[in-house]
Every structure is written in structure tokens, then in C-alpha cells.
Design a protein around this ligand. Structure first.
Ligand SMILES: C[S@@+](CC[C@H](N)C(=O)[O-])C[C@H]1O[C@@H](n2cnc3c(N)ncnc32)[C@H](O)[C@@H]1O
Length: 227
């Protein structure tokens, strides 16, 4: 059965888990997710205005702010996620904005860096989302996509598969009192490989796309330059 990625479904799912989203992220990843966002920010190295799309509670935007030393804009269409983010001390340097990744309310050729962390997989039309990210980036600007991937090593893949398939949904669904962590497991399973995602970034208008694998290939940063 196809996953339902209708905007209303996705928005209400994240709205329901917003109060526990950060806690579950950090606990279920043993805090490794923080390192992944910091690495993404360092690879993207904003030297001008930066935008984080599907920002949720703003952790990647905050990491970009730390590197850039200037305010970063974070946009998401789920108000409860934005509200949680805007209350966080770590997000003092983030300007939260409500809006749709498929129709970004910014002029073309503006941002030095446009990032998305664990978000593009949830967007109803990911290719259109990538094209929008590229559109609002300046020529020569960086597009950074942080996403889950499937590890190469068969042993790691086997162990991680068990964790992601059974333990993570069980704990996540229980704590968030939702089915969101079953959705997470399925959405990652059905998602593009890093090579496929890089091709999609190129199709959206990026050149020199590089893949930076993180933690045994559990996640990767896909970094492209707007041509
Ligand atoms: C898994 S969370 C990621 C949040 C954050 N980037 C992080 O690293 O934790 C995915 C986010 O994407 C947002 N999202 C999904 N589709 C969207 C769209 N079309 N426009 C804006 N936000 C969207 C959801 O509301 C949710 O907050």
C-alpha cells in the first residue's frame, strides 16, 4: 500500500508528535542526530543568508546559525512544530516562518545556503520541493539535503534493519501516542538511494553533487551547488 503523503495528513501527523519530537529524535538516535546536523551545517558553510526548509523544531537551522553567526530562516507548514522550535533557547538565531516547501515565499537567487533535514522525504512532490530549494538559492549557492539512507555493510544493515523495523516504531509510537514511527520506518524503506537522490538534485538544477555518508551510512548529506 502506498504511503499517504497528502499535505494535510503529514501536517497533522507532525502536529500530533510535536511535543515529543525532539526528545524522541535524541533518544532514538542516541544523540547522534545532533552530530549529523552539525556536520551538515559545517559542510554547507553559510557565508550569506541561509534557509532551512521543513525546519520543524529548528535543530538544523540552529546548527546553521552556529556556523554562520547570523540569523537563519526556518520554514515549515506545521504550526505546532514551529511553536516548539521558537521556544527553544538553541533556536534564538532562527527566524521561524510558516509556509509550504512546494511554494517557497522567497524571490529567486537569494540564499547562499538552502538546507533540508529529514524533510524532503515527507514532501508530497519531492522533486518539486528540490526545484524550489534550487530556485531560491543564489547561483553558486549550496543545497544541502540530510536524509536517512540504507547502510552498505550487510551486518550493519541487518542490525539497523531490525532496530528500525521493530524497536524504533514500538518505542516511538508508544511515546508519541501515534503511528508516526511506523510511517517513519516505511518512508525510509521506500526512499531514494543516495545516488538516486543525487540524480534528482542534478535534475533540479544542481551541479557537483557530493555524497557524505554519516555513521556507517545510516544517513548522508547530499551537497550540491546551484549551477
Ligand atoms: C521529520 S521532520 C524534520 C524536521 C527538522 N528538519 C529536523 O531535522 O528535525 C519533517 C518536517 O517536514 C515538514 N514538512 C513536510 N512537508 C512539508 C511541506 N510541503 N512544506 C513545509 N514543511 C513540510 C513537516 O511539517 C515536519 O516538520
Amino acid at each position: 500500500m502506498q504511503l499517504d503523503k497528502e499535505a494535510a495528513t503529514i501536517r497533522s501527523m507532525f502536529g500530533a508528535i510535536a511535543p515529543r519530537y525532539d526528545l524522541l529524535n535524541h533518544v532514538l538516535s542516541l544523540n547522534i542526530d545532533r552530530r549529523w546536523r552539525r556536520r551538515t551545517a559545517r559542510l554547507a558553510q553559510p557565508a550569506g543568508p541561509a534557509l532551512d526548509v521543513c525546519t520543524g523544531t529548528g535543530d538544523l537551522a540552529a546548527a546553521l546559525h552556529e556556523v554562520a553567526g547570523r540569523p537563519v530562516t526556518g520554514i515549515d507548514f506545521c504550526a505546532p512544530m514551529l511553536v516548539r522550535g521558537s521556544r527553544k533557547k538553541a533556536c534564538r538565531g532562527v527566524r521561524f516562518l510558516r509556509g509550504d516547501a512546494l511554494n517557497l515565499p522567497f524571490p529567486s537567487n537569494h540564499f547562499d545556503v538552502v538546507s533540508v533535514g529529514f524533510g524532503i522525504r515527507n514532501v508530497q512532490d519531492p522533486d518539486r520541493g528540490l526545484r524550489e530549494m534550487v530556485r531560491v538559492a543564489r547561483p553558486g549557492g549550496r543545497i544541502a539535503v540530510l536524509e536517512f539512507t540504507r547502510p552498505h555493510n550487510p551486518v550493519v544493515r541487518g542490525l539497523y534493519g531490525l532496530y528500525f523495523r521493530y524497536l524504533l516504531p514500538a518505542v516511538g509510537n508508544l511515546v508519541s501516542r501515534s503511528r508516526a514511527y511506523s510511517y517513519l520506518n516505511r518512508s525510509v524503506r521506500d526512499w531514494a538511494t543516495p545516488t538516486e537522490l543525487s540524480d534528482r538534485l542534478r535534475a533540479a538544477g544542481c551541479s557537483r553533487v557530493g555524497i557524505h555518508r554519516l555513521t556507517f551510512g545510516i544517513a548522508a548529506v547530499h551537497l550540491g551547488i546551484k549551477a
